[in-house]
Design a protein around this ligand. Structure first.
Ligand SMILES: [Zn+2]
Length: 392
């Protein structure tokens, strides 16, 4: 094992040991990353949430000029509750050529590799900066990146490219769907199960809502763009959780539906959201309120992540493809923070070690081979004319 790979493995073990589930603080992990980047000579800035529980990290190596590249990763991981792990998910375990642990592929492996190489980057005569953007709350709607992007704009920080190191098996990705997540709360009127007509059954209205939602699927399939490269090619809807009521013989007073939509194009999300709002305003609420004036349906937007639009010209995609010797780029069906950086005017590609097949699952892993391909790519990036030459 070469030195950078060995260092990455041991730093990844450290990062995995921080249980940075999205609901919990990421501050200890951020502090560790900040210290390491500062040691490498980077200028590090933290952007805290108002309650101070979480923070984004933004760090820069090289000159304080526009352009350059952002290496971006999220520090949070999905929960391990109710998952059947073979060993402690926050204690990295190596078996054969694989490293097991929560976050190993999604996406602490990339963060470890990028951070371990910071001293190498610092040795290069960089004419353009290399930035590090490590965010919180990606898994619950890209909340960290949503806060970071305007903060960077305010400071006049204008990188021209970004690599989002989500697990793509180190394939170069140039596009992905958006991801919109909603929680809908139904408030009805409780009562005895023997007199359903005297109450407003929140669970039943949740079912009506879900039925309407499912009916939009056909329309979304019809709207799939002809040249769509996504699999499936249309905007999808998934109902992830339904909860409501207390017992067989009680009219359910409350219910909750969690669902998501992954738009392939501009307009689909608006279509679905306005259709569902219509169903609520025209059909469901009037029926509920005919029995109880306090009945209500409230839709909470958990996150609305924009897609990464495929662009004919994409310098980040071309650069990473050339560093990897890849020909061509793909699209993926999962969402990342990439679209937010793209909206800021950067060219963006998604490319990172490990497979999305292992992300969010028990016994998540990243292979040593994937980490080593990632390290090679990043090392070449540090010596790339795109960062060393004066000319754009
Ligand atoms: Zn991820």
């Amino acid at each position: 094992m070469n030195q950078h790979l060995a260092e990455t493995v041991s730093f990844l073990e450290r990062l995995v040991s921080y249980p940075t589930v999205s609901s919990d603080s990421n501050r200890l992990m951020i502090a560790d990353l900040a210290a390491r980047l500062e040691d490498a000579g980077a200028r590090v800035e933290l952007f805290e949430t108002p309650d101070g529980k979480k923070a984004n990290l933004f760090a820069t190596l090289g000159p304080d000029v526009p352009g350059g590249i952002v290496l971006s990763g999220h520090t949070d991981v999905v929960p391990v509750a109710d998952q059947d792990w073979s060993s402690d998910p926050f204690k990295m375990r190596r078996a054969d050529q694989r490293l097991f642990g929560r976050g190993t592929c999604d996406m602490k492996g990339f963060i470890a590799a990028a951070t371990v190489l910071a001293p190498e980057f610092a040795k290069q005569p960089l004419r353009r900066p290399i930035h590090f953007a490590f965010t919180y709350d990606e898994e619950v709607g890209c909340l960290g990146a949503r806060a970071l992007v305007p903060a960077l704009q305010e400071r006049g920080i204008r990188p021209s490219m970004a690599i989002i190191g989500e697990p793509t098996d180190m394939r170069v990705i140039e596009g992905h769907k958006g991801c919109c997540e909603y929680t809908v709360n139904f408030t009805g009127l409780e009562g005895h199960g023997s007199s359903p007509h005297r109450g407003v059954n929140a669970a039943e209205y949740a079912v009506r809502y879900v039925t309407e939602l499912m009916q939009l699927r056909g329309e979304l399939m019809m709207r799939a763009p002809q040249n769509s490269r996504f699999e499936p090619p249309w905007t999808t809807i998934n109902v992830g959780r339904i909860n409501g009521g207390v017992a067989h013989n009680v009219i359910a007073g409350k219910a909750e539906v969690e669902w998501e939509m992954r738009p392939v194009q501009d307009g689909d999300a608006d279509l679905v959201n306005s259709a569902m709002q219509n169903v609520i305003d025209r059909d469901l609420l009037p029926m509920m309120r005919a029995i109880s004036a306090d009945a209500d349906i409230v839709t909470h937007v958990v996150g609305e992540v924009v897609g990464l639009e495929v662009m004919e010209e994409n310098a980040a995609r071309d650069l990473v493809a050339s560093l990897l010797g890849a020909n061509g780029a793909d699209v993926v069906p999962f969402g990342t923070e990439a679209g937010l950086f793209q909206q800021m005017g950067m060219s963006v590609t998604v490319c990172g070690p490990g497979s999305i097949d292992q992300a969010h699952k028990p016994d998540e892993f990243v292979s040593l081979e994937q980490l080593s391909i990632c390290l090679d790519m990043l090392e070449r990036l540090g010596r790339s004319p795109a960062l060393l030459d004066v000319d754009d």
